[in-house]
Design a binder for this molecule. Structure first.
Ligand SMILES: NC(=O)c1ccc[n+]([C@@H]2O[C@H](COP(=O)([O-])OP(=O)(O)OC[C@H]3O[C@@H](n4cnc5c(N)ncnc54)[C@H](O)[C@@H]3O)[C@@H](O)[C@H]2O)c1
Length: 419
């Protein structure tokens, strides 16, 4: 099978949207122009398991222009944009296995179909591909692996656990740990797109609502700021005292989920942890409460208990399910509790994915050159790569910054000059 997409006739629409994204991703586009002649990835096979959005389409085009042979699958059953998948199959001739709304069985079949290329480098988002490769083979002999990259916080946590167990088979670059990734994509990208998903699917007025944000890390901070900007009263729940203190001093109410559960109108989980909103919390909630998750996996909200204990459920639209409890209370769940910004909207804006995917591209390039000599550990992105991407992004936005004079450099690196 060359590819598996929902409807290849959507290719033209998908191509237009990838073109649009490309025109908003100047840093990645400059990398494409830089490497399309020399083709440093020629002879390299790459498998990606990362949300099939128009921005990912631009990353795929860029890797292909640099000479790579690619296969790809989605990293979430509800995040594939079918027109984009169609264009990647039809116009870019990528071996792509992805469609929106796959079952869990199909999801893993797609990962295994994309693995058949026997990649030299894996590009992962959530670590499902990397874990499947590890499950399939206890040794590297079937694969000639130079390394892998990981896009998100949850994936990095899983891979560090694999590294700690001594079972990680090949080096992985934690792209998420780049400052130009998590301080922008997770904060501004998810902040905007999670609210977009909630608003697109419900058209609810955010102003005046109590919005409970579970977790005040990068994603939680971004979402809290955007919700407050729309006029919400933000209530944060946390397990980490430092993060909780930051939320409090940023001006939000902070309390436990036991307490917040009866006060919120809209709940958004952003923790990467499981059982953050359990069924006891749901029983505590007000009639008409809206639930959404922005963390990587659909484990943050007790969806299966909601399913099991509700007396009936009814779709409100493509993205929202109404659950009625035995007490006739209505709870609305967006996107099955999967990441709301991709399930019910288009994911992050192209401008911010420009930096995340420039990091991905440069990490793949580095692995293709050096990965074979690295130990199987999880690596962070070099500071110089972060600086290069930040500078390129600023330049694309016509922003100037100052440069240290030699005297200033000397002052900052010395200790003798005080006053
Ligand atoms: N939706 C998206 O497009 C998108 C984008 C980036 C990251 N993510 C995902 O979002 C999640 C969070 O990422 P991040 O970068 O913000 O991580 P982070 O580590 O910066 O923040 C997570 C926060 O959640 C808190 N937390 C953990 N368990 C909790 C619990 N039970 N109750 C309350 N708070 C809890 C932690 O203390 C921490 O402050 C991850 O799953 C990540 O993969 C999603």
């Amino acid at each position: 099978m060359k590819y598996r997409v929902k409807d290849v006739t959507l290719a033209n629409a998908g191509k237009q949207r990838i073109d649009w994204a490309e025109s908003h991703m100047p840093v990645l586009y400059a990398l494409k122009k830089k490497y399309e002649i020399s083709k440093p990835l020629k002879g390299f096979k790459l498998t990606g398991c990362l949300h099939v959005t128009k921005e990912t389409g631009v990353l795929i085009r860029t890797l292909k222009a640099a000479g790579a042979e690619l296969s790809w699958c989605g990293c979430n059953p509800l995040s594939t944009q079918d027109d984009v998948a169609a264009s990647l199959a039809n116009d870019e001739e990528i071996a792509i296995f992805a469609s929106r709304g796959v079952s869990t069985k199909e999801y893993y079949e797609d990962i295994h179909s994309s693995m058949k290329i026997l990649p030299n480098v894996t590009i992962d988002d959530g670590a499902d591909l990397t874990v499947e490769i590890h499950n399939e083979s206890s040794s590297n002999d079937k694969y000639d692996l130079f390394g892998g990259t990981e896009e998100t916080t949850t994936g990095v946590i899983r891979l560090r656990a694999l590294e700690k167990s001594g079972k990680l088979m090949y080096p992985v670059i934690a792209v998420n740990d780049a400052e130009t990734k998590h301080d922008f994509d997770n904060v501004y990208g998810t902040g905007q797109s999670a609210l977009d998903g909630i608003i697109r699917s419900t058209n609810v007025m955010v102003a005046g609502k109590n919005v409970v944000v579970a977790g005040y890390g990068h994603v939680g901070k971004g979402i809290s700021r955007r919700a407050a900007g729309l006029g919400a009263n933000v209530i944060v729940t946390e397990i980490d005292p430092i993060a909780a203190l930051k939320a409090k001093l940023d001006g939000y109410a902070v309390t436990s989920m036991d307490d917040a559960s009866s006060r919120g109108d809209i709940f958004i989980t952003t923790t990467g942890c499981k059982d953050v909103i359990n069924y006891k919390h749901i029983l505590n909630m007000q009639d008409g409460t809206i639930l959404a998750n922005a963390g990587h996996f659909n484990v943050e909200i007790a969806v299966s208990e909601l399913e099991k204990n509700s007396i009936n459920k009814q779709p409100i639209n493509e993205h929202v399910m109404l659950y009625k409890s035995q007490q006739n209370k209505k709870i609305y769940l967006i996107g099955e509790g999967r990441l709301v910004n991709l399930a019910a909207a288009e994911g992050h804006p192209s401008e911010v994915m420009d930096m995340s995917f420039a990091n991905q591209f440069l990490a793949v390039l580095k692995l293709s050159k050096e990965g074979k000599s690295w130990k199987p550990n999880v690596y962070t992105v070099d500071k110089s790569q972060d600086q290069e991407i930040a500078m390129a992004k600023l330049t694309s936005m016509n922003v100037k910054i100052d440069v240290l004079t030699p005297e200033q450099q000397k002052y900052l690196s010395g200790f003798s000059e005080g006053t």
